[in-house]
Design a protein around this ligand. Structure first.
Ligand SMILES: Cc1cc2nc3c(=O)[nH]c(=O)nc-3n(C[C@H](O)[C@H](O)[C@H](O)COP(=O)(O)OP(=O)(O)OC[C@H]3O[C@@H](n4cnc5c(N)ncnc54)[C@H](O)[C@@H]3O)c2cc1C
Length: 438
């Protein structure tokens, strides 16, 4: 077959990528191993399985993930079509009957003349064949080894240990202050939230008693004892003072008037646009509602807007900022593209959108046309931009959110709700124009 592309993994990203290539009349061999061996969270034999929640989150186009779905609709996304076909009532969210959803995708792919679905585990990647690797957060062990050989094992990670991220504008700078520990460096990069003993005591008590999230896999228990990514609540349970000798250490962080603190929470800049900050050392396994409740007890974060909550779970992903270009293509081998959660996007919808970017660019490459960079005014483009341009040393997966979208000068002066509308309109207008150039 001329111009045949191998796609490894028929989950969310792989199914979408296969569809997009077939639309462009490119032959696809779509490899999926689940009928041979399922991973611990799979329950169905059909493709594009939603392994946990049955929601593709908000459909509201003032919400970044709502706009992302609208952008994907414009690009004739199979996954969005399937979701709308299998939709069930869920307020403003796009929730689905997961079996109907998966069945729809499976039928569309099996009946497509350009797609051959091959029920097989890929153990070794043939780098001479154009390939999109979409094997997801639970990539099989053999394939992990093969990917490790291609990208370097130091650039392939096995779990998330993510601290929450808040918007800078939601931090109360009447309480928090900017300073580096011992004022090292020329600029004061960190934002510090100071605590007196009374505030710390309350925070500590609520943290140790807070509810943790249910674990998906037994292996995750191992994370508990791995000191490098110990959850903040586990550290807190070791003793009242433990955190004040760890991430909440007050040394070198006196208040601007020179007075001492009992404990200090530090926040570090998370993106180039400087509008998102992560809580340093706050990897956590608390439920999302508990994170919001307990972390808002931190002085200065009383009204914090959480863009991403902390998580700790198994998740295979590569160091995309070092390894990929703007087309989802490996910098060191033009035949190899990655898509889905394995690139460091996080979520069902985000994974599919990354499959679209990889497929469109793979098609361009095979047709010997110039590849395309998705505009950073769109949610698709900004997510793509985030995974390739963020700090490679602290790279962790990211969901769609307004904080990563290219800043609009005009939006600086307006209220939050209006701001969302401006960003949404800009994203959708930009995508409409961009699609005409494809
Ligand atoms: C436990 C867990 C729960 C999650 N819950 C949610 C949630 O509720 N909501 C949300 O938005 N996101 C969730 N995610 C994150 C993510 O959105 C999903 O994992 C999503 O399915 C990722 O899409 P993907 O296409 O990258 O990978 P997947 O959908 O996992 O697809 C990868 C496919 O590759 C196949 N495969 C793996 N190795 C091989 C191989 N060697 N050969 C052939 N096939 C192979 C797998 O069988 C699988 O079908 C969760 C992740 C995990 C791990």
């Amino acid at each position: 077959m001329k111009n045949t592309v191998n796609i490894i993994g028929a989950g969310l990203a792989g199914s979408e990528a296969a569809w997009q290539l077939a639309k462009r009349k490119i032959n696809v061999r779509l490899y999926e191993k689940k009928t041979i061996e399922r991973n611990p969270v799979q329950k169905l034999n059909t493709l594009a399985e939603l392994v946990c929640s049955n929601s593709l989150r908000s459909n509201d186009i003032k919400n970044a993930v709502g706009v992302l779905k609208e952008e994907m609709r414009m690009l004739d996304s199979l996954i969005i079509k399937a979701a709308e076909y299998a939709q069930i009532p869920a307020g403003g969210s796009l929730a689905v009957d997961r079996e109907k959803f998966s069945q729809y995708v499976t039928e569309k792919l099996y009946e497509n003349e350009f797609i051959e679905v091959i029920e097989q585990e890929v153990k070794e990647i043939d780098e001479s064949i154009p390939t999109i690797i979409c094997s997801g957060p639970l990539t099989s062990q053999n394939l992990q080894n093969s990917i490790g050989k291609i990208v370097g094992k130091d650039y392939f990670y096995f779990y998330d240990a993510v601290a929450p991220i808040v918007t800078k504008e939601s931090i109360d700078m009447n309480i928090a202050f900017r300073k580096n520990r011992y004022e090292k460096g020329e600029t004061q990069d960190y934002i510090n939230c100071p605590m007196n003993k009374e505030q710390y005591t309350l925070f500590h008590q609520e943290l140790v008693n807070a509810q943790t999230a249910e674990k998906h896999l037994d292996k995750e228990k191992e994370l508990k004892v791995f000191e490098g990514c110990m959850p903040v609540e586990v550290m807190a349970k070791r003793g009242f003072d433990t955190l004040t000798y760890g991430p909440l250490k007050p040394a070198g962080l006196r208040n601007l008037d020179g007075t001492n603190n009992f404990a200090v929470v530090q926040l570090r800049q998370d993106n180039a646009a400087d509008n998102l900050y992560n809580l340093v050392g706050f990897q956590t396994n608390l439920t999302w509602s508990e994170q919001k409740r307990v972390f808002r007890l931190i002085p200065g974060l009383g009204k914090a807007e959480f863009i991403r909550y902390g998580v700790m779970h198994l998740n295979n992903f590569i160091n995309s900022p070092l390894l990929l270009n703007e087309y989802n293509q490996l910098k060191t081998n033009k035949n190899i593209f990655f898509a889905g959660q394995i690139t460091g996007v996080e979520g069902y919808v985000e994974s599919c959108s990354s499959g679209i970017i990889a497929a469109i660019n793979m098609a361009k490459m095979l047709e010997e046309k110039e590849m395309v960079k998705f505009p950073t005014e769109t949610v698709m483009g900004s997510l793509q931009n985030y995974i390739i341009s963020t700090d490679s040393k602290n790279f962790q997966p990211m969901k769609a959110n307004w904080g990563i979208v290219k800043e609009l000068e005009i939006a600086k002066k307006v209220k939050k709700e209006e701001k969302k509308e401006l960003y949404s309109n800009k994203a959708l207008d930009t995508m409409k124009t961009f699609i005409k150039t494809l």
